[in-house]
Design a protein around this ligand. Structure first.
Ligand code: ASP
Length: 331
């Protein structure tokens, strides 16, 4: 049986999503629908509250997430690969200064943007990652080129820039990242870390899963600090037969616990659903460390989990049946 027809035959299970925002539980298992593709997006986990964001802030973030979702759905609907969907969605979010990735990146203690990104292709565990970029506009595209056009998996610092230049990617001056927003957030970070990393997992009509993540890291981080995002198995993982995962949170702990791969392993070896696996890691395994963050997971049947132990995680989900949701706060 071809993968495509298998997917059509599959029963898709997710909560009773209505067509737009805020009506839906994250939980799966309520409604059964056939589907051809699915996508889940995060824009970081953090300490936003309805009061802090305000009605206007909520609307702005929801609109940005919805735009990203529509980009991903359009790519998948025309039959393109999940890697294309992940790259296009993340490029869009990297250009939006609302998020801590690309242009809106959090800055180091020296006021510089040092960007990390990774992408993984679930069919063969091919992967690409970049760390500590200071001048590449779209780190996710650099990561994709590492995956597609290099025998290596990760490039860092000046070598990563050199690779990006050779690949013909857009190089920008450091000032490009010095937006008013990220400067303001740097000041705020003297008290609290800013999250806002972006990530995406997509399942295409061919049955291929892809996961990607991009970040400026943590505000006020020390120069040269690399978090979980470019570390395959920590911030990002994908395996066609199991699921794709993208993380956000305190990267040091996500590296130490190999969070993305741990979610995959719980599904693969313990028979957990993606929701059970995500909950175990986010609520149980991170707890002894008091580590904060969240995870999005999409399995090979399109079942989704979006779990976080912070007060908010910007997130969106959609699939070919028209089910869509955009959420910020817990259900
Ligand atoms: N995980 C990212 C890092 O530690 C930060 C985040 O997701 O907010 O670099």
């Amino acid at each position: 049986m071809k993968k495509t027809s298998l997917l059509f035959a599959v029963v898709f299970i997710i909560s009773s999503c209505n067509n737009t925002t805020s009506e839906t539980s994250n939980k799966q298992n309520v409604q059964a629908e056939p589907f051809r593709y699915a996508i889940v997006i995060h824009g970081g986990a953090g300490y936003a509250t309805p009061e802090k964001l305000g009605d206007y802030g909520v609307r702005v973030y929801e609109a940005a997430l919805d735009s990203a979702l529509q980009i991903g759905l359009r790519v998948l609907d025309r039959g393109a690969s999940s890697a294309d969907a992940v790259e296009q969605v993340i490029r869009f979010l990297e250009d939006d200064t609302l998020f801590n990735a690309g242009r809106g990146a959090a800055l180091t203690s020296e006021g510089l943007a040092e960007l990390d990104a990774s992408i993984m292709w679930g069919a063969d565990q091919n992967a690409g990652a970049v760390a500590g970029l200071t001048d590449v506009r779209h780190p996710i595209t650099a990561a994709r080129r590492v995956m597609d056009s290099s025998v290596h998996v990760m490039f860092a610092g000046p070598g990563a820039t050199k690779f990006a230049i050779l690949q013909g990617l857009e190089i920008v001056p450091q000032e490009f990242f010095q937006t008013a927003g990220s400067r303001a957030s740097l000041a705020r970070a003297l008290k609290a870390d800013k999250f806002g990393t972006v990530g995406c997992v997509a399942l295409d009509m061919n049955g291929d899963l892809c996961a990607g993540t991009s970040t400026g890291g943590i505000t006020n981080k020390k120069h040269g600090r690399v978090g979980d995002v470019p570390v395959i198995g920590a911030g990002t993982y994908a395996k066609n037969s199991i699921a794709g995962v993208s993380c956000t949170g305190q990267g040091e702990f996500f590296i130490r616990l190999a969070v993305a791969k741990e979610v995959i392993s719980l599904v693969e070896h313990k028979g957990y659903t993606v929701e059970e696996a995500a909950q175990e890691v986010i609520f149980d395994q991170l707890k002894p460390f008091d580590a904060k963050g969240g995870v999005i997971v999409l399995d090979h049947l399109g079942r989704v989990a979006m779990e976080f132990n912070t007060s908010a995680m910007f997130r969106a989900y959609g699939n070919s049946t028209g089910q869509q949701l955009v959420r910020i706060f817990p259900d």
